[in-house]
Design a protein around this ligand. Structure first.
Ligand code: ZN
Length: 315
């Protein structure tokens, strides 16, 4: 989903998805169509501030204004990785980008001269899935994005739940006590076993011919490679376990799986659902749904946030 009417009619808005490697910027017009997406490298901050990122947002905004003078955005949505306090509008911490306690919402609003909505990248993608995707008919939904890492977004009783940015970190719930080290400093986290990055890494530990990604591990498993099958099975078991615990605690009606690994389709969904259900008894069993908004879900969520922000500013 890169063009076409995505959001529906409303104000034109800007959306910025600042990632660990690249920043994506999008311009949505008043029909809700994504007019253009630009991708540039994210500048690393050496001084702990977000100044380099903020300067880049200004440059991208000017570029859109020059190329699309007929589209006048009235607000912007900004999303970043790491630990994000939505209510305070602060990027608390992002290890791989070098910033700490950056008041992104207000700083971006000053830099761009527009109202800015600010949130975590996975919560924005989750919002896009919840508002526009297949899970929209439910009130209790967990969206889990499985890519380089694993993170979740929660919607409880129809509302987003972030707990000052600490909620949703299902990737760092331990599924194997004392297991393989995780980037967070822990051991045996779900992310260290079942993320796309981890699946490739764990296969490569004992492989004579290393693979580039989880997709190749799955292909090897399908062709009868026992080591690859073991890594894949361990990952889907771990996902099923972690989801069963989330079900016991939160009782979501639907769990949406997105991110690169979800493109494996039935090879992921079938064993994860079987494992999860094998661990549940009286619990309400959620439906597992694939994410449907696509690769720009973060941008779409940021744009939804920007339009929402406009209604708050007017109120
Ligand atoms: Zn961890």
């Amino acid at each position: 989903m890169t063009v076409g009417q995505i959001l529906g009619n409303g104000p034109a808005v800007l959306a910025f998805d600042v990632g660990g490697t690249d920043t994506k910027a999008g311009l949505f017009d008043d029909r809700g169509s994504l007019v253009e997406v630009v991708r540039v490298p994210t500048p690393y901050s050496t001084d702990g501030s977000g100044d380099a990122v903020l300067a880049q947002l200004g440059v991208l905004t000017e570029r859109f204004a020059a190329r699309h003078p007929d589209v006048a955005p009235l607000a912007a949505g900004l999303i970043v990785p790491g630990l994000v306090d939505d209510d305070a509008g602060v990027g608390v911490y992002a290890e791989n980008l070098g910033w700490r306690d950056v008041p992104f919402r207000d700083a971006a609003s000053s830099a761009l001269g527009l109202p800015v909505a600010f949130t975590h990248d996975v919560r924005a993608a989750g919002t896009a899935e919840y508002r526009l995707g297949a899970a929209g008919r439910f009130r209790n939904v967990m969206v889990v994005v499985i890519g380089t890492g694993i993170a979740g977004a929660l919607f409880l009783d129809g509302k987003p739940y972030s707990a000052s940015g600490f909620a949703g970190e299902i990737g760092h719930s331990v599924v194997d006590v004392g297991g393989v080290p995780c980037a967070c400093g822990g051991n045996g986290c779900l992310e260290a076993i079942a993320s796309a990055g981890a699946i490739a890494r764990l296969y490569n530990r004992h492989a004579s011919v290393p693979v580039a990604g989880a997709r190749e591990v799955l292909e090897l498993a399908r062709s009868g490679n026992a080591a690859a099958a073991s890594v894949w099975d361990t990952a889907t078991d771990a996902l099923g376990l972690a989801l069963s615990q989330a079900v016991a605690l939160l009782a979501p009606e639907a769990i949406v799986l997105g991110g690169g690994l979800a493109q494996a389709g039935d090879a992921l969904f079938t064993p994860v659902e079987e494992r999860m259900n094998s661990l549940l008894t009286f619990h309400r069993r959620p439906v597992l749904l694939p994410a449907t908004v696509g690769e720009n879900a973060g941008l779409v969520g940021a744009a939804l946030g920007a339009r929402q922000r406009l209604t708050e500013v007017k109120a």
